[in-house]
Design a protein around this ligand. Structure first.
Ligand SMILES: Cc1ncc(COP(=O)(O)O)c(C=O)c1O
Length: 485
């Protein structure tokens, strides 16, 4: 179709919809079939492969002026994009803490994209689906019906927002006009040295700065030392500062440690502090009868940040913030504006809206893939799958303990195993082993530093990972270690 020339009206039927729906439909069916094959056949491919220089170079072309056929674009996608992802759908992927997703979740994403609705709010069923998830999340964590929840990108954002809610609960409504001018400069937050770096980033983003975050020591299992926490709070009060927030961990990023959440709740109750939990992956342990007792106390938190896209296996991204005091949550973010007027009827009814609980205005339909996932598998099966990843971690731990060439660097508490090959120049050798493992395509663990020593870190999150993947990782590490040391 010719574009309208300047000064003339566009043709009435000039849209971006296809002229020939049947061709696009056939193309779409092919894409869907191919993507099922891509997921079903994932084990046959390497976990990861390096991007050839010419492939990377293709993606430096000029801004396209004229459109090309979708079939051609799809060919480019199949040849040059799909083979070169990070590989976290692969059973051999054990790096960082990434979920594997499911084909069911993929279908829900496709449906959500088709609806293309903005879940900022308004009187529509997608908002009700998100409210349904809020209700389920309250049940999961034993929170009251007055608690609120909202989907966000991931736990980094949910942590920032949790800190902002705690900030406005302490300072009061004036914080929204005067920022930290009134009392903010004296406010202090506490977390352990083992928490994720996004907590410090959030303190920075919330205007406190990272100096206002006290990093409390941990025990040998990386759980916060609550006596040291109490002592630090007392010292800060004595110095004229104002403690306001404790951030506990339900699954630390390095080794999966769970703080004593009930003890943290005790400290926060006595000291009148807000208790926020970073439960990025570990919080969903509440679905496992085996892990849930170790999360005791989580039901008393003021707010919890976690991801459905990690242990919940919902496709990226699906972060979530749950807040006990829903009204405080709304007061922190709701921003009345004439163009967001609420009504009691029509499309602008149904207030409050999800955007009243978030920094985001435009919001995709993350709730749909989460709703599909929870309904398709149920919490029992998801809980059993979470247990299985922990059982695999324990098997790997036992194998390492029985192998004199390997050394365990931290106790295994959930689904994360940190170990290394014994060698003279062990940091170099093990970093080299990890990179070579990636390049081999056999397995993709990541690396971290524990007590100044480089560890190979296998975080078993993917529901597709099985015993043979653990064995493949073990033998590849031993073989590479023997070659490189
Ligand atoms: C304990 C912990 N907190 C926070 C995060 C950040 O979560 P996200 O990547 O969803 O922002 C992670 C990521 O792995 C994590 O493990």
């Amino acid at each position: 179709m010719k574009p309208a020339s300047r000064g003339t009206l566009p043709e009435v039927d000039e849209t971006l919809d296809p002229e020939d729906w049947d061709t696009l439909r056939a193309e779409g069916h092919r894409m869907l079939d191919d993507m099922f094959d891509h997921i079903a056949g994932v084990r046959e491919r390497p976990v990861w492969r390096p991007i050839p220089a010419e492939t990377r170079a293709r993606f430096r072309e000029d801004l396209p002026r004229d459109g090309v056929d979708v079939a051609d674009i799809y060919r480019e996608f199949s040849e040059h994009i799909a083979p070169y992802t990070a590989g976290n759908i692969h059973p051999g992927f054990m790096g960082w803490v990434n979920g594997g997703g499911t084909a069911v979740g993929m279908l829900a994403e496709m449906l959500a994209a088709g609806l293309n609705t903005n879940v900022a709010g308004r009187n529509q069923m997608p908002v009700e689906v998100e409210r349904q998830i809020v209700l389920w999340v309250r049940r999961m964590f034993g929170f009251p019906d007055t608690a609120s929840g909202v989907f966000v990108t991931g736990t980094s954002m949910a942590n920032l927002m949790g800190i902002l809610v705690a900030r406005s609960a302490r300072i009061g409504p004036s914080v929204r006009q005067r920022g930290l001018l009134d009392r903010g400069a004296r406010l202090i937050a506490y977390t352990s040295v083992a928490t994720h770096g996004c907590i410090a980033q959030a303190m920075d983003g919330a205007g406190f700065g990272t100096d206002a975050l006290r990093r409390i020591p941990v025990d040998r299992c990386h759980r916060i030392d609550t006596d040291a926490l109490r002592a630090r709070i007392a010292a800060d009060r004595a110095a004229g500062l104002e403690p306001f927030l404790v951030i506990g961990s339900a699954g630390t990023v390095d080794i999966g440690a769970i703080d004593d959440l009930a003890a943290l709740h005790g400290v926060c109750r006595d000291e009148k502090l807000w208790l926020h939990i970073d439960g990025a992956f570990g919080a969903l342990g509440v679905l496992s009868p085996e892990i849930a007792p170790r999360l005791a106390g989580i039901e008393s938190a003021d707010s919890i940040a976690f991801d459905f896209h990690k242990w919940g296996q919902v496709p990226y991204d699906a972060g979530f913030l749950l807040v006990r005091d829903g009204e405080q949550h709304r007061r922190t973010f709701a921003a009345p504006a004439a163009y967001l007027r609420r009504e009691t009827r029509g499309l602008a009814a149904g207030s409050p809206w999800p955007c009243d609980y978030s920094l985001d205005m435009s919001r995709g339909f993350r709730a749909l893939k989460t709703w599909f996932t929870l309904k398709a598998y149920g919490t029992e099966r998801l809980g059993a799958m979470i247990d299985r990843t922990c059982a695999l971690a324990r098997c790997l731990e036992a194998k390492i303990a029985a192998e004199p060439k390997l050394e365990l660097l931290a106790p295994v508490q959930l689904n994360i195993v940190c170990f290394r090959y014994r060698a003279d120049d062990a940091d170099r050798v093990n970093a080299d082993i990890v990179a070579s493992l990636h390049e081999s395509g056999i397995a993709a663990p990541s690396a971290t530093m524990l007590d100044g020593r480089l560890a190979i870190r296998a975080a078993i999150v993917n529901h597709r990972t099985g015993m043979r993947d653990i064995e493949a990782l073990m033998s590849a590490v031993l073989e590479l270690g023997a070659r490189k040391s």
